[in-house]
Design a binder for this molecule. Structure first.
Ligand code: PGA
Length: 261
């Protein structure tokens, strides 16, 4: 995997938005997999600014969702469908017709999960999947010990993830659902390019284990070591426990200009 160390979250957002813009120039109807949480917001802000500046046309882009809470009523402001529509789809000038996500309010959740995997494949697969990382090393909502071959399915959140996400629910952990639908690790690994963004000291240990530790289900993000095109973008704080940080800095600084992420 390639590790890119940037000064701060804004720079991380800019470098990933440029990769997305480059993809859209090569493939205007690219399927972009987006993530929720706080970390990816600078990516969306930078991409929207690039589009508004006329540097890329995102009019044919397609957007797909990584995970979703189970049981929130349709239209709940913190359902990930609502979040992605608000943070990504609408600011890019796209409509819901360009958007795909799993149905967290389906009566038959396992069928909805299978349906989503089928829909992603029928859409030609994800071109670039953006990921955050949990403090416990989760990607999507694949909590520790998720199968590295898993497909989209229901998962139970750890207490830590519910604590981390309570800030989106007025700080009230009781409002955070226990269950989610998440693309599986096997599903995520099918994306042509996987880009993980991590910022802040709180992610430093998870990043070190992901990049420099063994591939292990207990650190789900470590599965990215198996992907032929995985990029990990970290700010200085999130990079602070990487033993090979200087090597990663040197590699990125000496990259040929044509190569991109
Ligand atoms: P965060 O979430 O970006 O809000 O820290 C990351 C994640 O849980 O994947």
């Amino acid at each position: 995997m390639e590790v890119v160390i940037v000064p701060d979250a804004k720079a991380g957002g800019a470098v990933i938005a440029e990769a997305m813009a480059g993809l859209l120039r090569r493939k205007p109807d690219a399927l972009l997999g987006v993530a929720t949480g706080s970390t990816p917001l600078p990516v969306y802000q930078a991409l929207v600014a690039t589009v508004r500046a006329g540097a890329v046309d995102a009019g044919r882009a397609r957007i797909c969702q990584l995970d979703e809470y189970v049981g929130l009523p349709a239209g709940h402001p913190e359902s990930y469908r609502s979040v992605v529509l608000r943070e990504v789809v609408e600011p890019l000038g796209l409509t819901e017709a360009s958007f795909m996500g799993p149905d967290g309010s389906a009566d038959d959740v396992p069928a909805a999960c299978q349906e989503y995997d089928r829909a992603l494949a029928a859409a030609g697969g994800v071109d670039l999947q953006l990921l955050g990382i949990g403090t416990d090393g989760h990607i999507g909502f694949n909590e520790p010990c998720s199968s590295l071959a898993s497909r989209t399915r229901i998962k139970t959140l750890t207490e830590q993830t519910r604590v981390d996400n309570a800030r989106f629910f007025d700080g009230d952990i009781d409002q955070v659902p226990h269950h989610v639908i998440t693309q599986g690790i096997g599903t995520i690994l099918e994306a042509r390019h996987v880009v993980l963004l991590a910022t802040g000291e709180g992610k430093a240990e998870a990043v070190a284990q992901t990049v420099e530790g063994p591939v292990a289900a207990v650190v789900p993000a470590s599965a990215l070591q198996l992907h032929p095109h995985a990029t990990v973008v970290v700010d200085e704080a999130a990079a602070s426990r990487l033993k090979l940080a200087d090597y990663f800095r040197h590699t990125f600084a000496s990259k040929p200009a044509w190569q991109g992420l």
